[in-house]
Design a protein around this ligand. Structure first.
Ligand SMILES: [Zn+2]
Length: 259
């Protein structure tokens, strides 16, 4: 949850909490401050100058400058938000869906990469099947690989959430298909994720998933955290958790390119 007072973002990170929210609301009422809570973005806007509710600031302005650097100029990254459309992916204990988490993280990651000069392709940028509505799992995976290979991207990053029948299973894993460059990319991204999210390190490991096996460029599949674990489900569904995940994958990519 972010708190923005008079257009200034407070340097405070907190999980969304009804207690904090009702405290802020009663405080604002007492002081005659305007308050507006944007539930979808988990942002509290406060206007200390008048009691009228503040107007939310558009997204782009609350994040960063349009251009941060040109260090990824000339690099093309293909991001694959796992699942989508008719395929929800795994579903968390409170009903959150993997396909929503992977899309949100992917779009934040795209934004970071583009702000640093990279060309970014996404296999989907809305909640849809990549090939066509209600396509089979095989067709979906094939369509994702085709987009990557036709784009001649330098790297391919598929983003997923892990799930297991035992809700205590937890942690982060980054998979690669064994070639040296994919393993190096996986190692950087995995380390950055663990450092930033503080999740259990399940390692960067070999796996023979279709999308990392048949893509022509260094390719990884990131299992950010377990959506089946109640605590990690919250992490994956929260704005802060998604920002942190995107930021770490970005940092790992920068390290891979040595820029
Ligand atoms: Zn998945």
């Amino acid at each position: 949850m972010r708190i923005i007072i008079d257009g200034q973002r407070m340097p405070l990170q907190a999980r969304v909490s009804k207690d904090i929210l009702s405290m802020l609301k009663s405080m604002s009422k007492m002081l005659g401050w305007g308050i507006f809570y944007d539930a979808a973005k988990e942002v509290v806007y406060i206007n200390s100058k008048s009691s009228s509710p503040p107007t939310p600031i558009p997204d782009r302005q609350t994040t960063a400058e349009p251009i941060e650097s040109t260090r990824l100029l000339g690099k093309t990254v293909c991001i694959d938000p796992g699942h989508g459309g008719s395929d929800s992916g795994a579903v968390g204990p409170t009903g959150t869906m993997e396909k929503d988490n992977t899309l949100a993280i992917s779009l934040l990651l795209r934004d970071r990469l583009e702000k640093n000069g990279a060309t970014v392709l996404v296999t989907r940028d809305t909640d849809k099947d990549v090939s066509y509505a209600n396509s089979s799992a095989d067709e979906e995976l094939g369509a994702r690989v085709d987009i990557a290979n036709e784009s001649a991207a330098d790297i391919f990053v598929s983003i997923h959430n892990d799930a297991f029948t035992n809700p205590s299973a937890a942690g982060t894993t980054t998979f690669h298909y064994g070639d040296a460059e994919s393993a190096r990319l996986a190692g950087h991204v995995q380390k950055c994720l663990i450092d930033e999210l503080g999740t259990r390190d399940r390692g960067s490991r070999f796996a023979s998933f279709y999308v990392i096996r048949y893509t022509d460029m260094p390719a990884i599949l990131v299992e950010v955290a377990f959506i089946s674990n109640p605590e990690e489900e919250l992490l994956l569904a929260s704005v802060d958790g998604r920002y942190k995940a995107a930021e770490s994958i970005f940092a790992g990519i920068v390290k891979f390119f040595k820029v």
